[in-house]
Design a protein around this ligand. Structure first.
Ligand SMILES: [Zn+2]
Ligand SMILES: [Zn+2]
Length: 111
């Protein structure tokens, strides 16, 4: 059973975020990677789960200007490309963890 409760959420760089989960697992995401995996209806087909986004078209130096808690179950990011409708539940974030142990996911190489 994966743990979906974050113990610590930290912006580690202009373009990266780290979440330490209650079970001690650490996830590091580039904002570009999060943007590429944005779960909102404009980026992902709600029925098929297919990405509607051109992942390679996302700027390499994408940043997040803002990160906000949504209730106590999700984070919402305002990305530097102006996109701010993605609500990333902690369950989604944990499943997106790009580390070697959790991967592979499409585009999950942390760079
Ligand atoms: Zn989106
Ligand atoms: Zn992981």
């Amino acid at each position: 059973m994966l743990n979906f409760n974050p113990r610590d959420i930290e912006k580690i760089d202009d373009d990266a975020l780290r979440i330490v989960w209650e079970d001690g697992h650490r996830s590091e995401y580039s904002f570009r990677y999060l943007r590429q995996n944005c779960p909102c209806a404009a980026c992902r087909d709600e029925w098929s789960g297919q990405s509607l986004l051109d992942a390679e078209g996302v700027a390499r130096d994408l940043k997040a200007s803002r990160a906000e808690m949504v209730g106590n179950y999700a984070l919402c990011f305002a990305f530097s490309d102006g996109h701010a409708t993605g609500i990333f539940s902690f369950e989604v974030l944990r499943k997106l963890c790009p580390c070697a142990e959790c991967g592979p996911h499409p585009g999950s190489r942390f760079n």
